[in-house]
Design a protein around this ligand. Sequence first.
Ligand code: BGC
Length: 491
Amino acid sequence: TGQDDLLPLSHSRTLRKTNLVRVALPLQVQEYLEPFHLSVEKLREVSARLRKDLVRGLGKHSHHKAPVKMLPTFVRATPDGTEKGDFLALDLGGTNFRVLHVRVVEEEQKVLKMDSQICAIPKEMMLGPGVQLFDHIAACLNDFLVSQNLKGQTLPLGFTFSFPCEQKEIDKSILIRWTKGFNCSGVEGEDVVKLLKEAIHRRGDYDIGSVAMVNDTVGTMMSCGYRDQSCEIGMIIGTGTNACYMEEIKNVRRVEGEDGRMCINTEWGGFGDDGCLKDIRTEFDVVVDETSINPGIHNFEKMISGMYLGEIVRLLLVRLTENKLLFEGRTSEALLTPDAFETKFMSEIEERDGGLENTQNILTELGLKWDSVDSRIVRLVCNAVSSRSARLCGAALATLANRIRVNRRLDHLKTTVGVDGTVYKKHPNFSEELRATVRLLAPDCDITFLVSEDGSGKGAAMVTAVAQRLAHQTRLLEESDGEVDDEEEED
Ligand code: BGC
């Protein structure tokens, strides 16, 4: 059937069997794929390096030089089920920009997405002036409010902005740097909430209520937290990759306070930006980085996420073709075009049933002349790249789970991870391989994975709702404090 030539590279026995019996993979092809196969020992090392980097990022003095930023989010609580209200949500940072109207209903403990609208962001705008981007966002929001008949109301707004931001408060968020495909001028170093409000005021025809800034990982954790209160990690493996988790406040040295927890946006995409992953980066990773719009930034992300995986595969295929190990040495214009090999092809190619046929169709689409050995090699190339991505993510997730367990002095931790992102959701064996790695590297953690339902939309509403609930509680506390004082005096 040709199915078991697609077992993970990590199963070296299978690989050998695959090579000898099924594909007779040329030694030179194996040599190119070998660096993508990370041993369990290597993954353990990677996990230990990340463990150190988490501490560096949290430290008051080490933070500014730390590649893993460990950003405080000012989210101190997960939902408790009493949140309610109507919210607007904006979602910028994945493949699309979206505007949503979300209702949170207390009685039914439910988050209802009322409506949403997608607005395209043209590529030039992703690289143009920031003012233009925010004017576009304000215009999309206006169109949405008009279409929903909401224009007279001033609703609170959750803004899922999926880039590294130094958050000063829940509604003050300074962009540290753009990542993924964005690079608008005049936004880095600025408060994104201010830029949004200025754009709305420039129009002058509507207003918004209080704003809560949310990273997509946090939205994902919060939207799952509503269903499962032990959800204390949020993870994204989509266009980019990142995770957040609940950390003890006393360990967050840059934030005042000793008691309780705060959600930390790790920005693990930046892991390796100080060169600490040099030993596992391949020549293909180096090219992907150097030809990207932000060289030197987000090394870990560039080995893992959807924006880059397809390109790594393409570069490998080009090299194998140049060395006459594929397609009898004949490339095609498409194969030589950057980003022409899309990450979604990998999911289709690696599909268990029908993957081989999909491979052949894709290769034909790309203008390549293939034979059956070629198509099997291409599947193995895709598998090597996606498998490495899943295992690296698994190693990083294991680091977070182990940290939570040690923080709480537990022998055994049971926790839930909210996950989102096309790579995780669409790829046929990604999640399985990720889980297997976590089990190996965090054997004392029992992790449930919950795929988030629209964390960026509903989760943003959730964060805004929790922020409002806490603000409300603070006010109540202050008031009742006064009353207690009065009573004590009377006594
Ligand atoms: C960003 C993160 C985001 C992740 C997933 C990364 O490039 O820096 O803030 O969470 O992508 O969208």
